[in-house]
Write a protein that binds this ligand. Sequence first.
Ligand code: SOE
Length: 380
Amino acid sequence: MAKKQLNIGIVGYGFMGRTHSNAFLQAGRFFDLPCQPVLKAVCARNVERAKSFSDNWGYESIETDWRKLVDRKDIDLIDIASPNDTHAEIAIAAAQAGKIVMCEKPLGRNSSEALAMVDAVETAKVANMVWYNYRRVPAVVLLKKLIDEGRFGRIFHYRAKFLQDWTISQDLPQGGEGLWRLDVSVAGSGVTGDLLAHNIDTAMWLNGPIREVTAMTETFIKERKHNLTGEVAPVGIDDASAFLCRFENGSLATFEATRYARGHKALYTLEINGEHASAFWDLHDLHRIQYFDHRDEGQVRGWRDIHVTDGDHPYMDHWWVPGLQIGYEHTFIHQFADFAVAIDTGKEAAPTFRDGLATDYVTDAVLKSARTRQWENVSG
Ligand code: SOE
């Protein structure tokens, strides 16, 4: 019997438009999805670019106004892969039109936008999800399983970093395609919303809610030419951001993100230290976790290097054969496959918009603390 179609309309054709489109196309080839994803339309203002994107990925049509996309009766799911300043308006309209909504991270430019988005999807009772893709790395899922099994005992410490180096040049402009992440009016914030948000989402998934934070941020390059106006304008984003925090479970943590760590391209690392065990994960080596269990027999006790590629590791039975690893793009495929099943069964698939809001509350508290130079409670 033919599967029910899930008709997708995507907004945006940048880096994230590609990762999402690839997931829509690949998920059904490797997972037994309850539906058949159909790439109905891509929406972007630039017709030529939208057309070439649509030709490349096999979308059936293009739109240049997202409102038309949202109004289309032949679309079930609106996927938002456009810059951060568009998320709230599109998501709210899509929810009001009764569409399923997927949104790229961070959910809003701040928690007020994110809260309005949560209200919209919850009032309309439409399925929703935020693309915090690192939750779907098999090694990170394994770590979650080990924590939930109680292998770490009481958790004392959590440590996370996301280091990049692509904005060090003074000559790099801000704004416009590819560089909107440097324009605070579009992005909402700098590395706090773009990179720390990933660290925070994973951290709260693994270790529970964050209670309070104390932070510092810095903007190293104070002025950059704006691509859209051609004028030199103040830079409003944080180039680097670091904070200490206390989780609800009493554990202490340090987080750091920057785009000024020369030599590091996407070094997302996390470490967790518990009473019995510790573990470490690194995005550059994403199929491994380092795991130490103090309950091992003393003379052979030591750090284990677990290659998370075996058939009994999370998601891996859907891929090749044991020992052969997968990568970054697969995290999006996993996320969409989980979401498709959730839609079919009427269950939620995390991270929901409400989970995305929880992260935005933490990033808001981080930015506030950097301004006030005080400890700040996380609201929500
Ligand atoms: C920024 O360079 C960026 O692309 C983020 O926007 C993504 O969310 C992150 O996964 C990789 O880095």
